[in-house]
Design a protein. Structure first.
Length: 151
């Protein structure tokens, strides 16, 4: 099973990388700032969810992943011609490092203020169960209506 974040982020990174490379976006301060600015909403959402400060929101998760996909794609596009250029490598590495640290902190089961971060996981699991039940119900009603049409 693939999470919404990954399902949105990686294809958008690839698509933007192809475009960025084909139009010749190169390294530089403005490119680095653009990459950084597109990663910030993703990182805030990631840290907030893992710390238990934000409720799980599929819409927000997809939206910030698409925005981050732009920055990641630009960085990847630049990387093709200018491997490990610091103007794009540093923002990506910092984002990954902060995300890793916040995820590791959440794995310990507690956020900085002592709040139980397992509540996020419980809400996420329940949302997924509810979503699956709704999908099964829709599928069953669709199959049921097809049976009536064939009679």
């Amino acid at each position: 099973m693939v999470c919404r974040r990954c399902l949105t982020l990686y294809p958008s990174v690839i698509a933007v990388a192809v475009v960025a490379h084909s139009i010749g976006i190169g390294p530089g301060l403005s490119t680095g700032l653009l990459v950084t600015m597109t990663l910030i909403p993703f990182l805030i959402d990631w840290m907030g969810e893992h710390a238990g400060r934000f409720d799980y929101s599929p819409f927000r998760q997809v939206a910030v992943s698409l925005i981050a996909g732009v920055g990641g794609g630009i960085a990847l596009g630049v990387h093709v011609d200018h491997p490990f250029d610091p103007t794009v490598t540093i923002p990506i590495a910092l984002c990954a490092g902060v995300a890793l640290l916040s995820a590791m902190n959440a794995r310990r089961g507690r956020s900085d203020d002592g709040a139980d971060s397992t509540q996020w996981s419980t809400r996420f699991d329940q949302d997924e169960i509810d979503r699956e039940l709704r999908l099964r119900s829709m599928l069953e009603s669709s199959i049921g209506s097809d049976d009536h049409e064939s009679l």
